[in-house]
Design a protein around this ligand. Sequence first.
Ligand code: C5P
Length: 405
Amino acid sequence: MTDSASFAGRRILLGVSGSIALYKVADWLRSLVREDAAVTVVMTEAATRFVSPLTFAALSGRPVHTSMFAAQGAETIPHINLAKGADIVLLAPATAQTVARLAHGLADDLLATVVLAARVPVVICPAMNSNMFLHPATTANLDILAGYGYRIVAPDCGAMACGDCGPGRLPEWTTVRDELLTALSPGDLAGRKVLVTAGPTREFADPVRFLSNPSTGRMGYALARAARIRGAEVTLISGPVDLEPPAGVTTIAVVSALDMHREVMARAGGQDIIIKNAAVSDFRFAAVAERKMKKREISPDCRLLANPDILAELGEMRRLGGLTAVLVGFAAESGMLLAEGERKLQAKNLDLLAVNDILADDAGFAADTNRVTLLGRDGSQEHLPLLSKEETAHRILGRAAALLR
Ligand code: C5P
């Protein structure tokens, strides 16, 4: 993964305050450590009543800090050193009390003092009873914190430990993880518009029969999320997949290649980068029945029509001066990978083409990982190692962002 999108080696200060939700944060800490982050935990006194600092010390592999007046090394000033030693501060869970203290600049314990002294991004996950969360005092305090430039992650709605139901639950880790990565990202796509297509298309012959392919959309969705994390305004045009639309991304659901063609063409102008990751069906049925056909009615040699090649059309529009976007294509190949890739790069007038070998088990359709070769218009060939699709997405976006400059 590029430096801009990874927790590896990042110094994260995790501030934990006294809410029952903090047991969930122990799991977040594990996830961060698994991703090679260096996490230092600061707990409020109330937090230590719920879970022993020992738990967080064991999970982080580092001492947990709870007091302004630490015994170890009398010459050190814990709050200043902790603040200076962090790349980002994550406060989770942040109780109504912690939110109120921070909003008013109180420096009455180690956690509050560290946040005051920190000059790095601060991400806050409020978690409390929904009446407390909705109280105008808490709302006003969170507004003040947002005004300081802190990132507030909205709590989830649902049943709470106290039995009430409403907003105040800690959000899912994936949401918070994206927020942290966004805060750490250099924002090299800020102010840019990125269009991504993802998933397969379905070409129906009748209401129950269609022509399609095994694309799951994972690579395209990873690209959309990664572009969002890097600051872009992202539109995702997706064929039928079993994935949640990424947060903060305008997602448009389509079914057929003709649907996708229409939606892409309506939005192509004004985009800075267009990434055509979708596995578009090359053909559709010439005749489409409105009602389910009987077996005997189906001809074994039914006629197919060629679908428009959306990417080739975009490439042609650009050649004629009607489009300025950086164009990125994907090629799923099962032989002669690079030669086929070079041919497509030229034929479709692309800037970048990501080629992958669909016969490999750990890459291509339905895998969580991918191993692609990036072919550039300048003749360059970059062989990426086996990476998660998220990491692959960031590598591709890093290259596309460089082409914009
Ligand atoms: O020629 P091939 O289908 O292998 O090219 C793959 C690339 O072209 C992908 O980026 C895919 O999204 C795009 N494509 C398209 N419209 C089609 C077929 C492929 O945009 N009808």
